[in-house]
Write a protein that binds this ligand. Sequence first.
Ligand code: ADP
Ligand code: TRP
Length: 321
Amino acid sequence: MRILSGIQPSGTLHIGNYFGMMLPAIELQERGEAYYFIADYHSMTSLFDAAERRRNSLDVALDFLACGLDPQKSVFFRQSDLPEVCELTWILGTLTPMGLLERAHSYKDKTAKGISPNFGLFAYPVLMAADILLYDSQVVPVGKDQKQHVEMTRDIAIKFNLTYGETFVVPDSEIRESVATVPGLDGQKMSKSYGNTIDLFGEEKAVRKKIMSIVMDSRTPQEPKPDADRNLAIQLLKLVAPAEVATDFEHRLREGGLGYGDLKKALFEHYWNYFAPHRAKRAELAANLDYVNSVLQQGAERARATAGKVLERARRACGLG
Ligand code: ADP
Ligand code: TRP
């Protein structure tokens, strides 16, 4: 089974990225041949600072490796090390109806938020289709917000196959329902663009302060809370604490007697402990950047072996060369 996913180096990674995409991707590397990449071309649609892109790309590499991406098992690479993907983007773009792109939620959301649209932002799903199809990917683990992009990839692959003959594998998304949308500190979807994140590798004091400042209601600790399962801290605790601990907190909140301050303190402690091994690994990697760079370089070479074949197949199918 060929698995592929990417993550943009457009900001600091948060626990929504981790539980929604990185952890499922890391677990999947045991079940097939996984290709994971840093989507730096994608980040160009919204980030216009070269030094920041370079820094973020390295951070994503460190974060992903620290969380358990194993370069012996998976092919891990930087998207722009394979400019082949841009050629495939052009080829696929000529078969992509304007209407399909106009219906993209993420494009509509971003322009509605006042981001001034450029051609790249509009064409982004075609680049993502090229990312996926270039490696004959079958399974694409992503958070729920990316589902539509994978569906568009399917449409584009099917259209190409009908037009030029069977060429591309038609992929499926894999979305883990329990973490399809991790809520942020304000209860909306956790997202770096909403400023409501808990950073994956945040600084102790800063994260503690953020968690302790989660706004809750004004009910007293003694009051029973029948809606305990909808409490934001409980929902986040379920991600970072052992199941029986989270259930116990939920029970105590429901029955009454547990104060919100104590609940938030527990959330911080469990968050901090959950990521302790990852933090140690990250520090080790950060002290050995030559290793990290060599992983990406070897990843690019392995990715190129697959991409070269698929691109050649596509070029031949559509009468190029
Ligand atoms: P952001 O919304 O912070 O900009 P990205 O769009 O870069 O995050 O997402 C990178 C990956 O992480 C995608 O697969 C996305 O679906 C997943 N992801 C992001 N935020 C969440 C979330 N709150 N819950 C679950 N998955 C998420
Ligand atoms: N668009 C994805 C995001 O913003 C990142 C991405 C780029 C991706 N290409 C991909 C994810 C291919 C899966 C497969 O999160």
